[in-house]
Write a protein that binds this ligand. Structure first.
Ligand SMILES: [Mn+2]
Length: 324
């Protein structure tokens, strides 16, 4: 498959100059990178005189409220008609189709860092294996000469922190850290941002994590682990926020690959995490999902948990066997 090239800075600059009403689309079940990136763009464009909104599929998670700026909505104000859509952190069209379909024919600028990105945009700017869409937006808009104010910069730093798991992952490059430093130089406090992002874990989330650890099943000589969190278990814990659970499973001593299967709004989802060159992204793509080498996800439209596990497990065992 021949990969469509990125559009040039000047092509993107022209498209942005022409646009008067810009609509930003974060992906469904928006994570910190999607919320932070969309919110940063709201600030960047508003300060440059654009009429801009971000339309999300759902209210942002309470833990991400610190990154959100004015204009981040789940329903557009009457009469708002975009002449440019900007998708952020969306690897393919299924990630924003629920809202994108409302605006047929409107040009799309695709900003993303997923290696599996299908380059669905009229304009694409995708750098695979970059730390985050937040980093991509900082670099791009800095290069294009846009002013990135303190509020936008803070949301970008949050996006970077959350997508790199606090600079833990190998996607953290020297430029990632330089950008973080530049943002801190603008007066953003790293420690207070971290306190707000990481120092407010609701007890329900830890209770769900405890249930996940209890339910963990190990395979491939304890190098792999999987766990199933049904909606009943989520209800018992009092939260359906499964964020960070798959990372906690992967961080168990000896574990190199973790799979979390969970129900989310009537669908079955799989989250995969791994270390090193164990490519869970490839497995996810084979099942219609997407992601990166070490972090990927799949949504199963009509498979039971048992069937999904039955199909996934041999693939994951195969990945671990190959690495031996
Ligand atoms: Mn991301």
């Amino acid at each position: 498959m021949k990969m469509k090239k990125n559009n040039t800075f000047s092509e993107i600059r022209v498209a942005l100059q022409k646009a008067k009403n810009i609509l930003i689309l974060p992906h469904i079940k928006a994570d910190g990178d999607a919320v932070g990136s969309a919110s940063a763009l709201l600030e960047i464009f508003r300060k440059s005189g654009k009429n801009v909104m971000a339309l999300a599929a759902e209210e942002p998670l309470p833990s991400l409220a610190v990154l959100v700026h004015e204009g981040y909505v789940t329903e557009l104000p009457e009469g708002f008609m975009p002449d440019l859509l900007i998708t952020v952190d969306c690897a393919d069209e299924s990630r924003f189709k629920d809202r994108g379909d409302l605006f047929p024919g409107v040009k799309i600028l695709n900003l993303d860092h997923h290696i599996s990105n299908t380059r669905f945009g009229h304009l694409d700017y995708v750098i695979g294996n970059l730390s985050s869409t937040g980093e991509l937006i900082y670099s791009l808009f800095d290069s294009l000469g846009y002013k990135i104010n303190k509020k936008a910069a803070r949301s970008i730093l949050g996006a970077i922190l959350l997508d790199t798991n606090r600079f833990y992952y190998s996607t953290t490059g020297t430029r990632t850290l330089e950008i973080a430093a530049e943002i801190i130089e603008r007066g953003v406090s790293l420690s207070s941002l971290c306190e707000e992002l990481f120092g407010n874990t609701p007890r329900e989330r830890l209770l769900l994590l405890a249930k996940a650890i209890e339910r963990a099943v190990f395979f491939s000589e304890q190098r792999g682990v999987y766990c199933w969190l049904s909606s009943e278990v989520q209800q018992e814990a009092g939260t359906e926020d499964t964020d960070d659970i798959v990372e906690a499973l992967r961080d168990i001593e000896g574990v190199e690959l973790a799979l979390l299967l969970y129900e989310y709004k009537g669908t079955l989802r799989a989250s995969l995490r791994s270390f090193g060159n164990i490519n869970v992204g490839k497995v996810a793509v084979a099942f219609g999902g997407g992601g990166h080498t070490n972090a990927a996800g799949i949504t199963f439209s009509d498979l039971s948990y048992e069937k999904a596990l039955h199909r996934l497990l041999p693939e994951l065992e195969g990945l671990l066997a190959r690495k031996n």
